[in-house]
Design a protein around this ligand. Structure first.
Ligand code: AHM
Ligand code: MG
Length: 373
């Protein structure tokens, strides 16, 4: 990767002058806490090296299926403008939201790949009103948002696929039922996302840390980029849709006002409007993403099963936290597949502080300036 570097001389402090320009072949890595990867390791090699008792082979194969879906969707995403996939499909999904053509394509790719593999007994998708039950002896349930952030498609902004995988609890001899998919996120066997941005990156956890793989488009492989990612101690960003602040409950507004005080950690506000992209940036650089409840939207906007739970699983695996403002997201048992929930994800101490303020603590007037206090 090449990056344009400018050397700004400090003594020109009024009108800094750019005095030197060159290409730097080694841009600094984001401050993500992670093991750096010295050798080329593909996602297959990485998962094959995991002990089978922690990542059973059918689960590994299922993750390859999802990686393949990600490659196909990434390919189509790159061609979206050429193939008229950016536009609306004219169809409205179960949430009453207009489905974009890419949403439908992504849903079809994920569903058909999973259906064929024989490893899955049920699929829950944002784009489908009902659960897709797959005949056979599949042991896993996949929940997914095939195209998160789809309102950004026609603006060429990053979008992504979010997924979670549960191992079925019902007997493989019979049909799966609600108890297999209306589960707390802490039961997840794996979760992850594929982000279609400046590059395509697959971030996943099987409950043993969070690892990121970047798609090398020339060889068509996801290659390990960071292993054992952890939220940086020093958070850099907070990501809320500020325009909705008059509609938030008091504690959320107090928390954001606290963040904006000059004596608190100096976080910058950045909001993409693709939860998966906002989450990813904050995982790399540290921070908190929030989609609170609003007046007229008492459950918030995001969906518990295929957005909140998988992202909370990743947040916790990286040392962070996911909350609905009151409870740990991973402890919530959903009662329907498209249930919505307020969502706060990221740096553990910041999410805990937000929880304290939402729950009525008067932390907003506290003297302490650190997120831990
Ligand atoms: P989607 O799954 O239909 O794309 O909706 C979820 C998205 C999130 O990715 C994003 O954070 C949020 O909606 C943006 O909503 P808003 O425009 O209200 O801020
Ligand atoms: Mg979504």
């Amino acid at each position: 990767m090449l990056r344009l570097v400018t050397d700004v001389h400090a003594d020109h402090d009024v009108h800094p002058e750019v005095t030197m320009t060159q290409f730097d072949p080694d841009p600094p890595a984001p401050p993500v806490g992670a093991d750096t990867v010295a050798e080329l390791v593909t996602i297959e090699q990485f998962l094959d090296d995991r002990p089978t008792e922690s990542v059973p082979r059918p689960l590994t194969s299922l993750l390859y299926d999802l990686a393949l879906a990600g490659k196909l969707i990434a390919n189509r995403t790159r061609r979206a403008g050429l193939t008229e996939l950016m536009g609306a499909s004219g169809v409205t999904n179960v949430q009453g939201e207009e489905q974009k053509a890419l949403d439908l394509y992504a849903d079809e790719v994920v569903t058909s790949l999973l259906r064929r593999g024989g490893r899955v007994c049920a699929i829950v998708s944002e784009e489908r009103a009902e659960v897709t039950v797959v005949e056979g002896s599949g042991q896993y349930i996949v929940v997914h948002d095939p195209m998160d952030g789809s309102s950004n498609i026609d603006s060429n902004v990053s979008i992504g696929t979010i997924f979670g995988i549960y191992q079925r609890t019902t007997d493989v001899g019979g049909p799966p039922d609600e108890s297999d998919w209306l589960r707390p996120g802490r039961d997840l066997a794996a979760a992850g996302y594929i982000l279609y941005g400046t590059s395509t990156i697959l971030v996943l956890s099987t409950g043993q840390g969070v690892h990121a793989f970047t798609l090398d488009p020339e060889v068509g492989e996801f290659v390990l980029t960071w292993s054992d990612m952890v939220h940086p101690d020093e958070p850099a960003y907070y990501s809320f849709n500020h325009s909705s602040s008059p509609l938030w409950e008091q504690g959320v507004g107090d928390f954001v006002a606290w963040l904006e005080r000059p004596d608190t950690p100096s976080l910058s506000q950045r909001y993409i409007g693709s939860a998966v992209a906002d989450f990813h940036r904050n995982l790399l650089h540290g921070g908190i993403y929030g989609y609170p409840a609003e007046t007229g939207l008492p459950e918030g906007k995001l969906r518990m099963v295929y957005e909140g739970a998988p992202l909370a699983f990743l947040a916790e695996q990286a040392g962070g936290l996911g909350s609905d403002g009151h409870r740990r997201l991973l402890d919530i048992v959903p009662t329907s597949i498209h249930q919505r929930t307020p969502v706060f994800l990221g740096h553990r101490a910041l999410v805990e502080r937000l929880q304290a303020m939402v729950q009525g603590g008067d932390a907003s007037s506290g003297e302490e300036a650190s997120p831990e206090s």
